[in-house]
Design a binder for this molecule. Structure first.
Ligand code: PMP
Length: 355
């Protein structure tokens, strides 16, 4: 068995892979594949309803928030958020904590003026800026809760005088959050929710319909709300697998239990990075991500040798993002603690080999 530390698409529970594969042949004893049923069939309507209700229960989403199951990825939301929330001629504020945040900023500039309240860029995004003020004359404040590439995470929800918009692509469902503090949350599904192809949007209904701009209907949250996520053909299979994965999460004890496990997994790995003289973690200790653990070698010439050893021990997808180098171990919900222990063993074996 391989231990998959990939950053996304990523590991999902083995039982989810099995159930999904069975539904490809015979979905719910219908004699049909999940791949061939109509998205308007009553069987699939039940899948959409259950997926939505699992998200609502797991995250305690208040009733005045809509949950949308869309396509287009988080990157489409970089544009949809300003289209739907930024008033014509209005202003927004963004926190720049990494590559994804800066792409979101670039996109928002197509729709109005953007104030970047702080940026971690000059520190190569190893620290999340904390000393900033959110202006009161903006339509919303946007931040990225987990920086997948750089391995930093923002745990405390900023105190904001304006609606909060958050890209939670890489840490949604990994820890408890108070949804009522947000105006809009979005996430590509391909980390803790399910396979690629699905994008989750959670939006406070009261914020919509106020921009004064014409929004193309496919980019208008209201179209998708009115059509109960069936404005266009939804990503049927991705939604089905997400439902299976969220059932798995609920069965194992929900967000509270998974957060406990995620704390233990990330602590185990960071302790080894800090102890082992060959390795070093570039991110500021207080901002270390629980989802994407980045680390480098004191002697970068040894990196390819370490990767080869890891590969030999069936630890895969550990190579760091090209803009950071070194390694990135993504510890998403479905990655078992035993995989983390094995990685720690291999780091210790490597240390022994280089004494
Ligand atoms: N935001 C974050 C935090 C991400 O990690 C990613 C992708 N890994 C994206 C946005 C882009 O997502 P997508 O590819 O679904 O558009």
């Amino acid at each position: 068995m391989k231990h998959n530390f990939g950053a996304g698409p990523c590991i999902l529970p083995q039982e989810v892979f099995k159930q999904a594969s069975e539904a490809v042949i015979n979905f719910n004893d219908t004699g049909l594949s999940i791949l061939e049923i109509s998205h308007r069939s009553k069987e699939f309507e039940a899948v959409v309803a259950e997926t939505e209700s699992l998200i609502r229960d797991l995250l305690s989403v208040p009733q005045n928030y809509s949950i949308l199951l869309l396509q287009g990825g988080a990157r489409q939301q970089f544009a949809m958020a300003p289209m739907n929330l930024l008033k014509e001629g209005g202003k927004s504020a963004y926190l720049d904590t990494g590559s994804w945040a800066s792409y979101a900023i670039k996109e928002a500039k197509n729709f109005g003026s953007v104030e970047v309240v702080a940026s971690g860029k000059e520190n190569n995004y190893t620290i999340i800026p904390k000393d900033y003020t959110i202006p009161t004359d903006v339509d919303y404040f946007h931040y990225t809760s987990n920086n997948t590439i750089f391995g930093t995470e923002l745990f405390d929800i900023p105190n904001s005088p304006v609606p909060l918009v958050c890209d939670m692509s890489s840490d949604i469902m990994s820890r408890k959050i108070d949804v009522s503090k947000f105006g809009l949350i979005y996430a590509g599904a391909q980390k803790n929710i399910g396979p690629a192809g699905l994008t989750i949007v959670i939006v406070n209904n009261d914020l919509l319909g106020k921009t004064g701009r014409t929004i193309p209907s496919v980019f208008d949250y209201q179209s998708h709300i009115n059509a109960k996520s069936m404005f266009n053909t939804p990503p049927v299979f991705s939604i089905y697998v997400a439902m299976l994965n969220l059932r798995w999460l609920r069965l194992k004890g929900g967000i509270e239990e998974i957060e406990r496990e995620n704390i233990v997994k990330s602590r185990t790995l960071y302790e080894e990075i800090d102890r082992n003289p060959l390795f070093r973690g570039p991110s500021a200790v207080e901002d270390r991500s629980r989802m994407n653990v980045t680390f480098v070698m004191e002697n970068p010439e040894l990196e390819s040798e370490f990767l080869a050893l890891a590969q030999k021990r069936d630890l895969v997808a550990l190579k760091g993002h090209r803009s950071v180098g070194g390694f990135r171990a993504s510890l998403y919900n479905a990655l078992p603690i035993s995989s983390v222990h094995l990685l720690v063993d291999v780091m210790q074996e490597f240390e022994e080999n280089h004494k």
